[in-house]
Design a protein around this ligand. Sequence first.
Ligand SMILES: [Zn+2]
Ligand SMILES: [Zn+2]
Length: 217
Amino acid sequence: MQTTLMIYDGAAPADSDVARTGGVPLAPAGFTWPMCGSCCGGPLQFFAHLPVEDGVLSVFVCQNDPGACEFWDATSGANRVCLFPRADLQPVAVPETGVTLLPATSAIRAEVVTLDPEMDDAQDELAPDAYDLARSGWKREPEERFGKQREVLGSLGGSPSYLEDDRLPTCPSCAGTMEFAAHLEEGISAQVAMNLGGQLGYVFICRACREGAFLTD
Ligand SMILES: [Zn+2]
Ligand SMILES: [Zn+2]
């Protein structure tokens, strides 16, 4: 089983076109900052810039009223995932009010982890989950239960970790099944973290419609 983990890779420039959490979104000309459709209608917070095969995923989540605003729900209007073409991206003007930016910009490097098939033999009640195994095993010494999992900012591709089928989002344009794109973790420290309510974030896309969706477990 191969998993492409996203690993914290130090600070990054706020407007760089590399995989990162935080900083300023890069978008095509004319893009306007997304507003929340669930709570006060304030601006969403920019979480992540994730280059993928056919463009860049840009993830926004409402933090204007955490706990009240249902940012964990893909249909709440309290989050947004855009799939932009990679060319001609430019920094977006940031709204002057609201919770819009993270305190720090964190670079992400991709690390492909191949798990030893013997690890699948454990007689756990839950079936082994590729992402869960890869994350808990990241930089783990033989005697340790966990490795350096705070360095893991999520993963790219693969399948969603322990997500109930009835939580899988449908495309808002074509109503079709969406493809799983990425996991997002809160971050390596409180200073740089995205608030996901202590949960794992899931990013989905419909490549045909160039639509995205976000939810947490
Ligand atoms: Zn909101
Ligand atoms: Zn679609």
